[in-house]
Ligand binder design. Structure first.
Ligand SMILES: [Mn+2]
Length: 323
């Protein structure tokens, strides 16, 4: 693929860039990098980045994160091009309306569940992050230190600091090229990936001490009702990362964390060490994701939800499904 982001944006004066709701490092990094690159590569082009509220550690480290607009619903103009990053358009949230009214749309993503609903689609499920897919579309001569930092943050986020199986030789070559720009990657990795608030650590501790091991210890699950989350001063975003830690329990292949949302629904986060295809489990509850990391939001009794997921994992194990 030799397409360049400049070609995709050819002739566009106003570009909207957005990603999924509850933006993470890959979403924020890819959106900001794309906007910075386009404004640099195409003089006269203006790019507006629309996202939900960005987590504080990303605001701190992603260059020009203060240009991100959280008021997509206020925007009345129409765009020549809408870039949808790190998700299919169905999870754009408030920015979806701007996608629908844009003259041209382009979807750059790495989710296996993405069907390609943009006019131009650059979707590669084998890529570790949207930032990695995006980097292929950039002219390296136009990448600068700020763009490099934004992309690096996305790659680090989605590969679990180069430790998930989605890390490829290309991932590392991309990261190596970005590191040429000489930034403090060590502080970024600590702040963006490893640092936790006290509330997050307390919530993690509760989940790990209370998790249930089923199917001879290969299926780990835990539910965290809203009252429990509130008792440690935690919020919904503090649920992130817990299922991955649960999956590090010896003998576990599939881990599910169900966290109650203020709406009463259960946000289920699923992780697999390789034998279970958790994207298939999440998909049967209307969610999606990757084989080893997936999620869904489900309404109902949490014990029934976890039991059904346990059955699906057991069925996969019985079918001898391997990744
Ligand atoms: Mn991603």
């Amino acid at each position: 693929m030799n397409m360049d982001l400049m070609e995709i944006a050819a002739g566009a004066a106003r570009v909207a860039v957005s990603g999924h709701i509850h933006p993470d490092g890959d979403c924020v990094g890819s959106c900001v990098a794309a906007a910075l690159y386009l404004e640099k590569a195409c003089p006269g082009l203006r790019a507006d980045v629309f996202l939900d509220e960005v987590p504080r550690e990303l605001m701190q480290h992603v260059p020009h994160a203060d240009r991100i607009r959280t008021d997509a619903e206020q925007e009345t103009g129409s765009y020549d091009l809408f870039l949808c990053l790190d998700t299919a358009p169905d999870r754009l949230g408030e920015a979806r309306r701007l996608f629908d009214s844009a003259a041209r749309t382009c979807n750059i993503d790495h989710h296996i569940s993405n069907r390609g609903d943009g006019m131009i689609n650059v979707v590669d499920p084998s890529a570790g992050s949207a930032c990695e897919v995006l980097y292929r579309l950039l002219d390296p001569a136009l990448v600068d230190r700020e763009i490099a930092i934004a992309l690096y943050i996305g790659i680090v986020t989605d590969t679990g600091v180069f430790r998930y199986s989605n890390t490829s030789p290309e991932t590392l070559r991309t990261a190596a090229s970005l590191l040429e720009y000489d930034f403090d990657f060590s502080s970024i990795v600590r702040d963006v990936f490893y640092a936790r608030t006290r509330a997050q650590h307390r919530l993690m501790g509760m989940a790990l001490s209370q998790m249930d091991l089923r199917l001879n210890g290969m299926f780990a699950c835990c539910s965290l009702p809203l009252s429990v989350q509130q008792s440690v001063g935690a919020q919904t975003s503090d649920l992130d990362g817990i299922s991955a830690q649960m999956a590090l329990t010896r003998g576990v292949d599939c881990a599910v964390l169900a966290g109650e949302l203020p709406t009463g629904e259960w946000k289920c986060s699923l992780r697999s060490n390789g034998r279970t295809d958790v994207s298939a489990i999440a998909a049967s509850f209307g969610g999606g994701g990757h084989r080893r990391a997936a999620g869904c939001t489900v309404r109902g009794d949490v014990h029934d939800i976890l039991l059904e997921m346990e059955c699906l994992a057991a069925n996969q194990a019985a079918a001898g499904l391997t990744v």
